[in-house]
Design a protein around this ligand. Structure first.
Ligand code: CAO
Length: 426
């Protein structure tokens, strides 16, 4: 009596002609009872069809990509002698599938009963994976939503889970490698093309590097942003009066060099702003030099060139360096050395617009000054409203190093100085 039995698609509910999306066994494989043989997918659910008994696969009759319905021959299986003998007259016990609507669950364990085709919601807009892959992932403690699926419709295959585990294991360990372990929920992989036309564009190298640094800085330092307004009416009149003289020296004199000079005075008055936390977090390193970074917008993303020894340079010299470094940055000619050693960063959006924003500290610096577009405003002078040119300032600082009161004092100092730059001479 031949022990070879046909295994057919059991009752899978009201789903004729479903897709065969994965065949999980091949000829010669030895399978255990209830081990998944194929994965089927209707437009509402994914289900694994389990082996009705243990045995050796003789011939596989279904291929991925084909259609199957109740009764379709999947494979022939030679029953394992050691397992309980299937009564000769009985066909393999029909498996009953209870498909679960896709929207209900993802990452849920499949129903364990046997011999039941384990149905699992497949997408719900999130993870496509067969129940066997889900079981495999669960065994390894892998969150499937973090795994990139390489199968059709981004389906996560067993190999993807293996590749994910391999990649995770080869990563440096969080805290031990000096990184942060945030334990954030995984970002869902959304197939935007489902909602309309899309185009994928690779991120520039600068964006990738600055993005990672900005993200780290954003979460590593407790940021406070202090907003203030400086009256730069007189400063602007002076700057304008100097434009021709500067232009004769081939220089465009903008507001930034003035801000840098005022910042030097403020950092001398409040040395905690010209400091960095030591790597072990146990002490503060106070700097005696004044190198300022400025955020420069380039077609490839944000770069921060550094002007050195601002305390020892005049306005024209600073303006000249600013112009030269921003041109170099935009022409992608800036060198790594020209972006190192900064004590403090200025991010000026003044040439573009906007009122206030919350700049991200360029760690290990402890503060950054955001500058927005100056505008004429009515300001009460005690007797009447006067039109004054007001400059919005947004000072973000690291609250581990700087207290709120100190932040507000520093900001007020800047406004005071900018209101009358003659004070720089005192
Ligand atoms: N209020 C009003 N006008 C301002 C101003 C302000 N706060 N700041 C600059 N301007 C004016 C300038 O006077 C200049 O006017 P004119 O062309 O009429 O002379 C114009 O805006 C453009 O200035 P600029 O941008 O050429 O020069 P700058 O020294 O102010 O700035 C630089 C240089 C490199 C900082 C700037 O070009 C830049 O790249 N800014 C973007 C920085 C950025 O992206 N920050 C965000 C970082 S976080 O993503």
């Amino acid at each position: 009596m031949s022990n070879i039995k046909e295994v057919r698609v059991p009752d899978i509910g009201d789903y004729p002609e479903v897709d065969v999306i994965e065949v999980l066994v091949k000829e010669g494989d030895v399978v255990k009872a209830e081990e998944s043989l194929v994965t089927l997918e209707s437009d509402k659910a994914t289900m694994d069809i389990p082996a009705p008994f243990a045995g050796k696969v003789k011939s596989v009759r279904l291929k991925a990509g084909e259609k199957a319905s109740e009764g379709t021959l999947i494979l022939t299986l030679e029953a394992d002698e050691s397992t309980s003998v299937i009564p000769a007259q009985a066909a393999p016990a029909p498996a009953t599938a209870v498909p679960v609507p896709m929207a209900v669950a993802e990452n849920k364990p499949p129903a364990p009963a046997a011999p039941v085709a384990a149905p699992v919601a497949a997408t719900g807009g999130k993870v496509h994976a067969s129940p066997s892959v889900r079981a495999f992932a669960r065994e390894l403690g892998v969150d499937l939503s973090q795994v990139n699926g390489s199968g059709p419709k981004r389906r996560v295959l067993k190999e993807d889970v293996q590749a994910f585990v391999k990649a995770e294991l080869s990563k440096p360990r969080g805290a031990a490698a000096g990184g942060l372990s945030l334990g954030l929920a995984a970002m869902p992989a959304v197939d935007f093309s489902k909602f309309g036309e899309v185009e994928t564009k690779a991120l520039s190298k600068i964006k990738k590097i600055s993005g990672a640094n900005l993200h780290r800085n954003w979460v590593a330092a407790p940021h406070i942003t202090q907003f203030d307004e400086a009256d730069i009416t007189e400063l602007e009149a002076f700057r304008k009066s100097m434009l021709d003289e500067a232009a004769n020296q081939g220089v465009k004199l903008t507001l930034l060099p003035f801000l840098m000079k005022v910042l030097v005075a403020a950092m001398k008055a409040f040395p905690e702003f010209n400091a960095s936390l030591a790597a072990d977090g146990e002490s503060l390193v106070l700097k005696k030099y004044f190198h300022f970074g400025f955020a420069a917008d380039t077609p490839d993303g944000l770069v921060v060139p550094v002007i050195r020894d601002v305390d020892q340079k005049g306005l024209i010299e600073i303006a000249r360096e600013l112009g030269a470094l921003s041109t170099k940055a935009r022409e992608k000619k800036i060198t790594p050395g020209e972006m190192q050693g900064g004590c403090f960063t200025i991010s000026s959006l003044g040439g573009i617009g906007g009122t206030y924003f919350t700049p991200i500290i360029n760690l290990p610096e402890v503060a950054i000054l955001g500058v927005s577009r100056a505008s004429m405003k009515p300001v009460w002078n005690g007797q009447e409203f006067e039109p004054r040119l007001m400059l919005p300032l947004s000072l973000s600082y690291d609250h581990r190093v700087i207290d709120g009161a100190l932040g507000a004092r520093f900001s007020a100092f800047l406004c005071n100085m900018l209101g009358d730059v003659r004070r720089l001479l005192l």
